[in-house]
Design a protein around this ligand. Structure first.
Ligand SMILES: Cc1ncc(COP(=O)(O)O)c(C=O)c1O
Length: 422
């Protein structure tokens, strides 16, 4: 039987899908498809819930802009009191444009260029995360040439298995991220020699879409030990950064609540007596968004049904690269229709271009609208122009009204950086 994704932000009224108080069809009438739609209330509620859960310790949330870097989305989190975790100079640019104060920005990335480090120092961001021994020396050198003291956290790879998709697992020794505990200790112990660095934090991020608590507990315990060893030796770090990674429900995963997350971690981090930093992305954005697409064709090859829709891997890449599950459901429910099992596929010339496989869904017709659920994180940010497709529009719903927060790309967008060279 066709299943509907459980959500209190995307609900059916008179068999029509709504985002908060706005009918999806009303939005699409104005914007066309494919279009991303986000619920502002979801951003607010998730953000407040996270903050509340950790009220027992001094803490700060740095929204991981990589999950959804639309300026209006970043701005929403800034207005909710969040800082921003940026993963490149481009994200730094976006965060500043959205109104983030440099002292509420963390600069991450396993491969920062000299220019990115320089930019971080020029802008005076709260801290730069170093992910290798060479990077620590380079930051010191660049800061020295700029006559600055760089505030640096070292990202430690705690070598725990987050039990998630291998492409989004980052905390195992075989992964490219961070340095091992011994190297971290060695580097922190060089504080006196590194004249242009002030070590302010220790950091981890063990992966994304993690649905069990034990990898977090194991990793935080390991890093808390390091933190306390350094404290004993006289190095007082002021931040302990746990990263992001909390898993959300896409299908039938058993996830944990942010309260359970806090319950598991608070006893460990309370002992540290410093500011605890979090960098959630997916948790704050994934179930705040849907991608709406129109059915272009229905067809049957041999025994297989296909719904060919106007959204593609270029709009939502997750199914193609991770085999990720996104629930797909009709925007208008019609119980008089029978159900079929179908693949939902896009127009791109790749067999990997699909949004869903073998789904039970009500029979569709040309022109029907479908909602691809849980699409607010790692959706639009991974959109591409492959097949010279224009990137979708993005809409933010607030109560009974909605606004366009990014217009659909125009044909001029597609050629603007080439036309002058013809
Ligand atoms: C360093 C860092 N922090 C935070 C995040 C956000 O992760 P999530 O969206 O799983 O919360 C990521 C995601 O890759 C990351 O690399």
């Amino acid at each position: 039987m066709m299943q509907l994704f459980p959500s209190t932000y995307f609900t059916y009224k008179n068999k029509q899908l709504y985002c908060e108080g706005v009918a999806v069809t009303q939005i699409v009438k104005q914007t066309g498809t494919p279009t991303y739609i986000y619920s502002k209330k979801y951003f607010e509620d998730a953000s407040k819930e996270f903050d509340e859960a950790f009220r027992a310790v001094r803490h700060k949330i740095f929204y991981a802009a990589k999950s959804n870097f639309n300026l209006s989305v970043i701005k929403t989190f800034i207005e909710l009191g969040s800082g921003v975790d940026v993963n490149s100079e481009g994200e730094l640019y976006r965060a500043l444009k959205a109104g983030a104060k440099p002292e509420k920005i963390i600069l991450t990335s396993v491969g920062k260029t000299k220019n990115e480090i320089k930019l971080g120092l020029e802008r005076d961001v709260l801290m730069i995360k170093a992910e290798s021994e060479e990077e620590v020396y380079l930051i010191n050198e660049i800061a020295s040439s700029m006559n600055k003291i760089a505030r640096v956290a070292i990202r430690v790879n705690p070598d725990v298995n987050p039990k998630t998709h291998p492409y989004i697992s980052t905390g195992l020794s075989e992964n490219k991220f961070g340095v091992d505990s011994e190297t971290a200790l060695k580097l922190f112990r060089k504080q006196k020699e590194l004249k242009n660095i002030l070590f302010t934090g220790i950091d981890m991020h063990i992966g994304s879409q993690i649905t069990t608590l034990s990898p977090f507990v194991e990793a935080v315990e390991k890093l808390a030990n390091l933190f306390l060893i350094l404290k004993k030796e006289g190095l007082e770090l002021i931040h302990f950064d746990i990263g992001g990674g909390i898993g959300i429900q896409y299908n039938d995963e058993k996830t944990f609540s942010v309260n359970k997350f806090a319950e598991a971690l608070l006893p460990i981090v309370k002992k540290l007596n410093c500011e605890i930093i979090f960098e959630p992305g997916r948790y704050l954005t994934a179930n705040a968004g849907i991608l709406v697409t129109e059915v272009l064709y229905t067809k049957k090859n041999q025994h297989k049904n296909f719904l060919v829709v106007d959204a593609a891997m270029t709009d939502l890449l997750r199914p193609s690269i991770y085999g990720a599950y996104h629930h797909v459901q009709p925007v208008k429910l019609d119980e008089s229709r029978s159900e079929i099992i179908a693949d939902v596929v896009g127009p791109v010339c790749e067999s990997g271009d699909f949004l869903a496989k073998e789904r039970t869904i009500q029979k569709c017709e040309h022109g029907d609208l479908l909602a691809v659920m849980s699409a607010g994180a790692y959706g639009m940010v991974m959109a591409s122009n492959y097949n010279a497709r224009r990137k979708p529009a993005e809409i933010l719903v607030t109560g009974n009204s909605f606004s366009i927060i990014r217009a659909r790309e125009t044909f001029e967008h597609l050629v603007f950086d080439e036309e002058n060279y013809l």
